[in-house]
Design a protein around this ligand. Structure first.
Ligand SMILES: [Zn+2]
Ligand SMILES: [Zn+2]
Length: 440
């Protein structure tokens, strides 16, 4: 087996003191923290040559790191060896009677597969094996925080600008803040006792939702959807429990992209929580395109339906979010299933709205899909967990049936626009039921 040192994990009791040494005294660069929510650990990566040090800080008293420090004090916690084929490595170790913590590879950050070897077989050292995903993320997620905005308080809110390499394309999941929608409406015919286990509603029955546009950098710089933006009035902001302390501007800044760099903006559909950020109010009060250099791509059928809404669809379509694009001459209407740039094409799903499009992103045999309101959150993995907001729910059901099989077979990485606690994952079957395995 060939192995390379990937990183050394160091359990840290007092982060400030640790930074005073690693960052200030040694002068090393410490990257932005990454929260591993399930393990209640915050990781700070420090690149050193081809390897890294990973400072591990407990975020709760029942965290594995807290327990480790309690027992042994701060210090080296594990070493991580990178291998080419983790499954083969585990077989080889099992054959030699090595005691493993993980018999099978587990999903790690950034699409990697990991497994721990028990210290009793590794001479007192906790050894982690790691196999990078074929689409290797080149930076650890730059920032992930938990916060408790108004609305329900039990779900961790995951704010982030996280990069992911998909073949030759670079994807960055962004965040325009959080809002809430009626839990019953979000889950259609599913009874509350089932959905409230996944997303707990607040006193006004709203479940917490994120707005996560996706940035794609390839031959051009493309933004998919843009959140609700900054034009919402106070009454609506209260109804929707809007929380934008961290919004798209912050997120783009964290991603190192200025609004002027964006060439193309594409809409999955024209609902306010997807395209409010397409326009902004200028100082003179006029509403103008938000991205000064961009062309805006919208499906023609969706444009027509949004321009002539009915009683059922009207509340979601706010003309000032999209009409100014036509007036400014920056609008490109396209037919269903349009190609946007190399590796990026729209695919009509229908269902949620008649011309709702998901975005297929393909490079070097890998596929990511921005699923928009077909799977608003990872809780919507089962085919029949369809929103009551959908205008054509049976079309949503038909699309999901087809798509779920395809996504599992071809290992699509799905980007969830509204999930409060995760940004992307793989659709898998767990105990025969569809479930999402978190990647970002
Ligand atoms: Zn929608
Ligand atoms: Zn939506």
């Amino acid at each position: 087996m060939k192995a390379r040192l990937d990183h050394v994990g160091i359990a840290v009791k007092d982060l400030q003191q640790a930074l005073a040494f690693y960052r200030d005294a040694l002068g090393l660069h410490v990257e932005a923290a990454e929260d591993v929510l399930e393990q209640r650990v915050r990781a700070h990566f420090i690149p050193v040559g081809e390897c890294a040090l990973e400072l591990l800080e407990a975020t709760a008293s029942d965290s594995t790191i807290a327990k480790y420090i309690e027992k042994r004090g701060p210090g080296i916690h594990h070493i991580t060896l990178r291998v080419d084929d983790i499954a083969a490595a585990l077989e080889q170790l099992k054959a030699r009677g090595v005691r493993l913590v993980d018999e099978a590879p587990q999903a790690g950050a950034e699409g990697a597969l990991v497994a721990f070897i028990h210290p009793s077989s590794a001479h007192g050292v906790l050894v982690e094996l790691k196999q990078l995903s074929s689409g290797v993320a080149f930076a650890p997620p730059s920032a992930a925080e938990s916060a408790t905005p108004p609305g329900s308080d039990s779900v961790p809110r995951f704010k982030t600008a996280t990069r992911y390499a998909l073949g030759r394309l670079e994807l960055t999941t962004l965040c325009d803040g959080f809002f809430g929608l009626d839990g019953g409406a979000m889950f259609g015919i599913i009874p509350r006792p089932l959905w409230e286990k996944r997303l707990q509603p607040d006193a006004r029955n709203r479940v917490p939702l994120a707005m996560r546009p996706l940035l794609v950098r390839g031959e051009r710089t493309l933004l998919i959807d843009a959140g609700c933006g900054d034009k919402m009035d106070a009454k609506s902001a209260d109804i929707y429990g809007l929380e934008r302390a961290y919004h798209l501007d912050h997120s783009l800044k964290d991603a190192g992209v200025s609004p002027e760099e964006i060439d193309l903006v594409v809409a999955t559909h024209l609902h306010f929580d997807h395209v409010g950020g397409f326009t902004t109010r200028a100082e003179d009060g006029r509403v103008v395109p938000r991205f000064p250099r961009a062309r805006y791509v919208v499906n023609r059928g969706e444009w027509e339906d949004a321009s002539y809404p009915n009683e059922r669809s009207r509340a979601s379509y706010v003309p000032e979010n999209f009409k100014p694009l036509a007036e400014a001459g920056v609008l490109d209407l396209v037919d269903d299933d349009a190609e946007i740039m190399t590796g990026v094409r729209l695919r009509r799903s229908g269902g949620h709205t008649r011309h709702h499009q998901v975005v297929m992103i393909e490079s070097e045999d890998r596929t990511a899909v921005f699923v928009a309101d077909m799977y608003p959150t990872s809780a919507h993995a089962p085919d029949v967990w369809v929103m009551a907001y959908d205008l054509y729910p049976l079309d949503t059901l038909a699309f999901k049936r087809r798509f779920a099989r395809e996504a599992a077979e071809r290992e699509y990485l799905l980007f969830f626009e509204h999930d409060p606690a995760l940004a992307a994952g793989l659709l898998r079957r767990r105990d025969g039921k569809p479930a999402v395995e978190r990647i970002l």
